[in-house]
Design a protein around this ligand. Structure first.
Ligand SMILES: [Zn+2]
Length: 272
């Protein structure tokens, strides 16, 4: 009987053993094992702070097991403006995330109800919206219209992708038009805002939902608070641009805890 495996007993192999990765909580400052964070719905085990959720993990949290069928996984941005260093940045983002774009789109079941599901990933170039993000949302909205399905979009975005200039801004009207066609067909669109939902996404599909839900304490806004303060030359309210503030102003319908999102979405889908 062998007491150890000689195949992993070289110095070289030892350096390849994966070091544990830690995430630092922005609220309480504690460092927590990455696996522990992700197995706890990306929530801090000490203070309940909500970490940003990679799109794939979010789909696991929301969709019924093994029901998610991805659409357009191969789609990826080109470099339409020959923007300096953009192809490099795209490659790095793809490598780090295992995704081709800042959004995953597909059809799934939630609590047994079939729906279109799109999830943005803020770890991929800050979840910025370029041509392909717009195209994938448009394609999914059209597929939902064809199949008579409701649509849910989880937003997490820093805004339009500046490396694609005007082409990324065009995606605001493109996605809005596709969602309007869904609306005309009588199909519900549920928008779920997560931290952060800012810029061009907020000025288009994220705030267009028939029902708009947000996770607690999410930052939601178009321009940053500093820019606004300089423009209006007045002090901003304390909670300005948080989900809680927007709820008070009637801009969103409900704040839902992360662990309850799946149940709440299933309840809403059951009405369709
Ligand atoms: Zn914490």
């Amino acid at each position: 009987m062998k007491l150890f495996d000689e195949n992993i007993n070289t110095a070289k192999d030892l350096t390849e053993i994966k070091k544990p990765e830690f995430l630092k909580c922005s609220e309480c400052g504690r460092e927590i094992l990455k696996e522990l964070v992700h197995s706890n719905l990306s929530t801090c085990v000490y203070c309940g702070y909500l970490f940003r959720v990679p799109a794939k993990n979010r789909i696991d949290m929301i969709a019924d097991k093994e029901t998610f069928i991805e659409i357009g996984a191969e789609k990826t941005s080109t470099d339409p403006l020959n923007f300096p260093d953009y192809p490099d940045k795209l490659e790095k983002a793809k490598e780090a995330s295992g995704m081709n774009e800042a959004i995953i789109t597909g059809i799934c079941k939630i609590g047994g109800y079939k729906a279109g599901l799109a999830v943005m990933d803020s770890y991929f170039m800050m979840g910025s919206m370029g041509q392909m993000v717009g195209e994938k949302i448009t394609d999914l909205a059209e597929e939902c219209t064809k199949q008579n399905l409701p649509l849910i979009i989880f937003s997490a975005s820093g805004g339009a992708r500046m490396q694609e200039g005007i082409i990324s801004l065009l995606q605001m009207s493109r996605t809005t038009a596709a969602l309007n066609r869904m609306h005309d067909a009588g199909l519900p669109y549920l928008s779920v805002l997560t931290n952060p939902t800012t810029g061009g996404v907020t000025a288009s599909f994220a705030m267009q939902g028939d029902i708009i839900i947000s996770e607690p304490k999410a930052l939601i806004g178009f321009a940053g608070p500093r820019v606004i303060q300089q423009t209006v030359k007045d002090k901003l309210p304390e909670e300005f641009q948080t989900a809680e503030f927007l709820l008070k102003q009637g801009m969103i319908d409900r704040i839902v805890e992360r662990r309850e999102l799946r149940t709440v979405l299933a309840q809403i889908l059951s009405l369709h």
